[in-house]
Ligand binder design. Structure first.
Ligand SMILES: O=C(O)CCC(=O)C(=O)O
Length: 313
């Protein structure tokens, strides 16, 4: 099923000064609660998009400005399959164009508002590149990679998938199993890069005893989809002859989570044994510290950052 949801990006964004998009409407919140995802226009500015797109070649050729390596780096020129889906994780640690967006308090604020959190940390970013002819991403849930590493586990993470090129049927939009964030949680980790396609979600739907309904939405460049940690999603191959489909995924966690015992290999590298989720590795983006807020030019709402404001879940 294709829903052509056209979010106005170009004209509106020409004048837009801030990131994160407009305030959530009641209809958007309801859509997210029911279906597990919601569209949001104007999450970044055209100049952010241009800077991010300009970084792709540089990043995938291994130019890491600070000398810090990515936590994951899928696809190398001359070594990897030309049609592989390309992904770099945690480019904020070495690239200013990614850091400027990934650490932006306004986007973190929208994530926190949608999830009912007091604040948000960046769990990881994802630089996502699907050139013409490249494969898609197998169905999975982000919670298996991210939420499972932290306590409390439920509703502790959300993804902001930001289109850097207009994403459509041909270039392979992210597609969602409608309402699947409410299914019983699957035990197996269905993998992003394993080429299993839609098999895992078909199995999960059968196990949940529900009919699988897949939603696909066009997403214009600079707009985003916010999706719940437990919603099943994936994407098809890019069958367009000449259009890359580039995107930036930002995965946020609730600001007050702790590590669970024995987090997985990648996240476990940042557990220093005290269970504390340290700012240096998982920066708190919202509420921003006053110093960072000044640098970013955002206003911090001090009332929301008070320690007695309990998170909702
Ligand atoms: O970009 C894609 O096709 C998939 C992205 C994804 O799975 C994610 O951001 O969680």
């Amino acid at each position: 099923m294709l829903h052509s949801t056209l979010l106005c990006c170009t004209a509106a964004l020409a004048a837009a000064k801030s990131r994160g998009g407009p305030s959530w409407t009641a209809a958007q919140r309801e859509h997210f609660a029911t279906n597990g995802y919601v569209l949001q226009p104007d999450v970044i500015r055209p100049e952010d998009r241009d800077a991010l797109v300009a970084a792709f070649e540089r990043l995938f050729s291994g130019e890491f400005d600070t000398g810090i390596y990515p936590d994951e780096w899928h696809w190398r020129e001359g070594i990897s399959k030309p049609d592989a889906f390309r992904e770099i994780v945690n480019a904020w640690k070495f690239d200013d164009s990614v850091a400027a967006v990934a650490l932006d308090a306004s986007i973190g604020k929208r994530a926190a508002e949608l999830m009912g959190w007091r604040g948000a940390r960046l769990a990881q970013d994802d630089v996502l590149w699907k050139p013409p002819g490249a494969q898609g991403v197998s169905y999975h849930t982000d919670g298996k990679y991210i939420s499972d590493n932290f306590m409390p586990r439920d509703d502790n993470s959300v993804t902001v998938w930001i289109a850097l090129d207009d994403a459509d049927e041909a270039s392979g939009v992210v597609e969602y199993a409608r309402g699947s964030h409410r299914w019983p949680r699957a035990s197996a980790k269905a993998s992003f890069h394993d080429g299993a396609g839609a098999d895992p979600v078909t199995t999960a739907a059968a196990a949940a005893g529900v009919e699988l309904v897949v939603d696909r939405h066009e997403v214009p460049a600079c707009s985003a989809v916010f999706h719940h940690q437990d919603v099943w999603h994936g994407s098809a191959a890019n069958v367009s002859p000449d259009r890359p489909r580039r995107a930036l995924g930002l995965h946020y966690i609730r600001d007050d989570v702790k590590f669970r015992r024995d987090p997985d290999y990648i996240y476990g590298r940042y557990d220093l044994g005290d269970g504390v989720v340290h700012d240096a590795f998982f920066p708190r983006v919202y509420p921003a510290s006053p110093m960072r807020a000044r640098r970013l030019g955002v206003t911090v709402d001090r009332r929301r950052s008070s320690s007695d404001a309990a998170p909702s879940s």
